[in-house]
Design a protein around this ligand. Structure first.
Ligand code: SF4
Length: 325
């Protein structure tokens, strides 16, 4: 990675009372990089996304945006920095003000950050509508007059209107009809390539991260268990949880799909109120040994490509024991 990261998370913790939703996450995102964050529901990935955009205050740790730690800042000092990061949510209906027109929704960040004048904002609105594939006449409509896919396009245009360096996309396609999911995913990929913003792409959909992300972080019960380049992760998943996740994902090639052995994890994700001792994955891990119950594995570099894994059984050269069904 070259240059200063757009985002640096350093030991981020977020507890909601006794619930340890995020429990010590450190990672960086480089300018223009797309990092996919995957995990089951309940893994804490959406909470982490909200911490990144300062919608949820962290319990401990640092959240650095372009080198500036957002955590100690007052709301007033935070406001100008919010221009640098924005978020798109799973359900666009909840994040779009039903009383505002599409034009007002999209240009609101420009007014809040005092960017441009009314004429330049109208011009920017035209550019943004065009960029997200919406017809200009939709600008006068309200959110309830749009389809789900159109609403998500409006959310994207709004999130990008002030030119953020980082976009957090939290399951941006999972509330949409299957038929429009691919179109919105393609749109995010095209806009990211054209505009060059970095992206934290949060999803449970492995096919989506394989399509979009350059690096992938796997989260389990509030912690990262593996961080690797896309090709490396899909070719050589090392953490037993990553191996299980990938084994359950459909493969486009039916011949490969037939030879695939699906590893079914038993049990649900444990409660984040009382996470298991030692390795948090030990209650579901087919390879768990005695020390996994008492000794917490640290996220550490393995192999030649900077992959990070938190598992006692992965050797320093990256060799990992395969899971069997
Ligand atoms: Fe499984 Fe032990 Fe590795 Fe945890 S540390 S993933 S329980 S083998």
């Amino acid at each position: 990675m070259t240059g200063e990261p757009v985002l640096e998370l350093d030991g981020v913790v977020k507890h909601f009372g006794p619930v340890r939703a995020v429990d010590g996450v450190s990672l960086t995102i480089a300018p223009g990089e797309v990092l996919g964050l995957v995990g089951e529901s309940g893994s804490g990935k959406s909470t982490l996304g909200r911490c990144v955009v300062a919608l949820t205050p962290v319990t401990a740790g640092r959240v650095l945006l372009n080198g500036v730690d957002l955590v100690p800042l007052s709301r007033r000092r935070l406001r100008p920095l919010r221009r640098g990061v924005n978020i798109v949510f799973q359900d666009p209906s909840g994040s779009l003000n039903p009383r505002m027109t599409v034009a007002d929704i999209i240009t609101e960040p420009l007014r809040l950050h005092r960017i441009g004048n009314p004429a330049s904002r109208r011009e920017r609105l035209r550019e943004l509508l065009d960029a997200v594939g919406l017809r200009a006449e939709l600008a006068r409509r309200h959110p309830h007059e749009l389809s789900g896919g159109q609403r998500q396009r409006v959310s994207l245009a709004r999130a990008l209107s002030a030119g953020p360096a980082l976009l957090v996309a939290d399951e941006p396609t999972s509330a949409l009809d299957v038929s429009v999911q691919a179109a919105v995913l393609n749109l995010i990929a095209r806009l990211q390539a054209e505009l060059g913003f970095a992206c934290l792409f949060i999803t449970h959909d492995l096919a989506a991260v394989e399509f979009l992300a350059q690096r992938i972080a796997v989260m389990y019960l509030g912690q990262l268990v593996e961080v690797a380049g896309r090709a490396e992760l899909f070719a050589t998943p090392r953490h037993p949880y990553t191996q299980a996740l990938l084994s359950a994902a459909p493969v486009p090639d039916p011949a490969v799909q037939r030879t695939r052995r699906r590893i079914v994890l038993t049990g649900d994700i444990p409660s984040p109120v009382r996470p298991p001792t030692g390795c948090r994955f030990h209650t579901r891990c087919p390879l768990a040994e005695t020390r996994c119950l008492v000794e917490e594995p640290l996220l550490r570099p393995v192999g030649p490509n900077g992959t990070l894994v938190a598992c006692h059984l992965v050797a320093p050269d990256g060799t990992a024991p395969p899971l069997t069904a």
